[in-house]
Design a protein around this ligand. Sequence first.
Ligand code: MOS
Length: 695
Amino acid sequence: MTTTRAATATGTGPRRADGPRKAAGTAPYAYEYPVADLAYIAPVQATVARGRVLEVDASDAEAVEGVLTVLWHANAPRLEPDPDLSGLQRAAELAVLQSGEVAYRGQVVAAVVAETFEAAHQAAAQVTVRYEQFPHDVDLSDQRSDAVAPEEDHRQGDTAGAEPADVVVEHTYTTAMQHNNPMEPHSTVAHFDGAALTLYESTQGVHEVRRTVAAIAGLDPRSVHVIAPYVGGGFGSKGPLHAPTALATLAAMALPGRSVKLALTRRQMFALVGYRSPTLQRVRLTADAQGRLSGIDVVATVQSSALADFVEQAALPSKSMYAAPNRRMGHRAVHLDAPVPTWMRAPGECPGMFGPEVAMDELAWSCGLDPIELRLRNEPDRDPHTHKPFSSRNLAACLHEGARRFGWDGRAPVSAARTENGWRVGLGVAASTYPVVPPPSGSRARIRYEGEGVYVVSLGAADIGTGAWTALTQVAADALGAPLERVRVRLGDTTLPEASLAGGSTGLASWGSTVHAAAEAFRARHGQAPEPGAEAEADLPDNPDGDDFAMFAYGAQFAEVRVHEATGEVRVPRLLGVFAAGRIVNSRTARSQFLGGMTMGLSMALHEESVVDGRFGHVVNADFAEYHIAANADVEDIQAHWIDEEDPHVNPLGAKGIGEIGIVGTAAAVANAAYHATGVRVRSLPVRLDDFVGA
Ligand code: MOS
């Protein structure tokens, strides 16, 4: 039969394909899978920040009715000592219960597996752990002599003070430690039958989980089956694996034939699945009196872990953002007795655009220039870092369009900012960017014709709430010339063709290009009138332009901030972002990604801060009562727009990736607006009422 060609689905906003299933509660999340012979895992966490477990007394725990086993390093199954892992993974973080060494407070030192959740948790509380305790060190500062540069600084010209400068802005800007808290906490259901392992896992990539778990457990990847069709948010912390997945694997291996399950509590989320490192950014901008930058110098001090290295790339975005002949960008990492940091939405760019974008605002005021005009004067005509042409660069268009929509023109000087009913009112702007990360190779898609006009599109991608179910349906429908409702997508299972991780905002570009290639292969092989059962597969195609262009998405973030004159309370009544992110495939889910990112940026600006008690070495505000996340009442008028951007170089879809750029620059826009409102320059996140009271 022939299909009728549908109107182009790309660029429209069909409702979420997974929406009804989620609304009706029939879309299963990892912890919800009905499995037989279930047992529950309760981790026991270290109460010292550095030391060694000498002994675990499990006798009281084992006496609790329903306890099946208490695991610790002396009796836990052995994992591979030197597993062959991808560059994302940290072997030491996954070597759970393999030695008695304690590298951070909260590390898993034992675990109870029991017939019921209650028995597991009661028994875990009755496990006695004896430690040899060593002094620990969790204090991050940029004055430490043991900070290391993980790679050579990137340098061009001279930033040692010889660059011409009528105006100098030089300050330290800081961002707080933050913890990823997706609605669905990290969870695993694991079953080992003595040979094959099945994991229902809340993850950003089932194939990455399969590869990693097979490597640490010493299994053939073909005997590991990972299932994750629905995931309640990831934000990066479900990209690389963390200790809980390794623990569930161990528990399953210790109890072959049983299914074991583990969902972290909110409190455990603050120790076991990584975090965004705090950053201390030394930023030095030099410019002539007209605001033309002569030098950009950004050195970011960040926190890594004594257990394994992870360096937040906070100086990275400054490499390509603005033109300036003299440049230095570098990182300094301090290895502390703390958990290993990890990805959190726009790692690198998100914290790394705070300091420089506030510094640009300071420079604008120093030069007597509008901050939009300052940015326009420093637009590079090529990537200042690689000297390649940009595949497309529409920061200027975003700034202009945002200014028009936001009502920017005519903004008063700081001293004349409005006061309304005791609130000082100000407007601020900041730029945003996120790279078009080259999609990881290895993705493959299959298309099968079922008859009756129905096509099934299969690849193992994970939709972590972004809209991949829907957008991939659109891409496939357009590429096949089939109506949307005749395309069925299958995702999130290692029995499907391999798909790269949902990370680096590469999902749609990577999987969509792969689906596009599979559709072309299908049509080339089977034509417009395929027989039922006809199939074709294709791999992610190489991008012929991949090496020839610098590829970035851009945005302009605008904020209105009100600061109460008496109390210092900070409100953000308006946020508006305009983005240039290539072709937008689904307007509904894309807007949701931009708004979600901006909301998370607002949260970073005003609330999110993990507070470490240096005496004990752990995060003390480890719950939602004290770790504040922006809620509905914090979000007032928030708008996301985009400009029509054609970029033929990024991939066949022309889509740049949208999951992360929305969070970048938001916090700087808020801090810049707070300055406009009050004349108080806040260089440290989160912005607090204390910054304004008495100032
Ligand atoms: Mo995202 S932080 O690249 O998973």
